[in-house]
Design a protein around this ligand. Structure first.
Ligand code: COA
Length: 259
């Protein structure tokens, strides 16, 4: 277990906390691996009846660690792509039949937002902002968000989020069906545990069957396959290398230099 994730099981609730606030909970390959482990455990360990995803610090997560993106080989082979733990995590989210609650404070960037589209009960703090700046990083959306986000909030708003990096604030996320509740930040974790405790005493067989009925996973997996092929292509592009270098050097990227 790394220092960057903590996992605790209590009374049927598996609480998974991102604990890398000094780097805004940016997600590294080992962190994705641990997140996938936790979700896979929830499917096989009958002691786990509900999962809570949450984080320490002032924001939920800054998304994928951009240093990790920059370290990707530009000639990534199929084998190295297979090893990407983010893919395992996303697959585990799609396959999950255990209820997942997310508690989100501050910004949820990139995969921080796209993972919420696979959660079953999303609680936001009043200052939450969902941000998917894939195009700003010269990338494309992932985790079937290029289908799921438009289905929730409509093409126009989803396009502005993906293409311009326009944030979706908490009231808009609530109105768009991306979230269930908006609360003061001080109440966020208690409320997540309260809802989790309610779900943990429901009949687990009926609960997991209901979740399964509500989620058509095949179209999601097909969308993820299409997204992943383009994502890997974009990740290796000169545009993306410029975006990652600009983030590291704390400057504005220059995309106009590319044809
Ligand atoms: N990957 C790697 N490191 C990250 C990171 C990321 N996604 N997001 C933040 N960090 C690091 C910063 O580099 C900084 O490290 P340093 O202290 O060693 O310089 C530290 O976390 C604090 O970040 P900072 O930018 O100073 O915090 P902030 O509160 O001013 O801004 C964000 C927070 C999330 C708005 C900003 O960090 C950001 O835009 N991050 C990138 C988000 C992104 O594009 N993610 C990828 C989505 S696909």
């Amino acid at each position: 277990m790394s220092q960057d994730i903590s996992v605790a099981l209590q009374e049927g609730v598996l609480t998974v906390t991102l604990t890398r606030p000094q780097k805004k909970n940016a997600l590294t390959n080992p962190m994705y691996s641990e997140l996938a482990d936790a979700l896979e455990r929830a499917e096989t360990d009958s002691a786990v009846r509900v999962v809570v995803l949450r984080s320490e610090g002032d924001l939920f997560t800054a998304g994928n660690d951009i240093g990790d993106f920059a370290a990707e080989p530009t000639d990534a082979t199929a084998a190295s792509i297979e090893e990407k733990q983010v893919r395992r995590f996303i697959r585990a989210l799609v396959d999950s039949t255990t209820p997942i609650i997310a508690a989100v404070q501050g910004k949820a960037v990139g995969v921080g937002t796209t993972m919420l589209l696979h959660c079953d009960y999303v609680i936001l703090s009043e200052n939450a902002q969902l941000i998917t700046p894939f195009v700003n990083l010269a990338l494309v959306p992932e985790a079937a968000s290029s289908m799921l986000l438009n289905q929730r909030i409509g093409h126009a708003r989803a396009f502005a989020m993906f293409a311009l990096g326009e944030p979706l604030d908490a009231p808009a996320a609530l109105a768009g069906g991306v979230a269930n509740r908006v609360l003061p930040q001080a109440d966020l974790h208690d409320e997540a545990q309260r809802i989790a405790a309610m779900l943990a005493v429901k009949p687990a067989g009926a609960l997991t069957a209901t979740k399964r009925l509500m989620r058509a996973t095949e179209p999601m997996l097909a969308q993820i396959e299409a997204e992943s092929a383009l994502f890997d292509e974009r990740l290796a592009s000169a545009e993306a290398r410029e975006a990652f270098a600009a983030f590291k050097e704390k400057r504005t990227p220059d995309f106009v230099q590319f044809a």
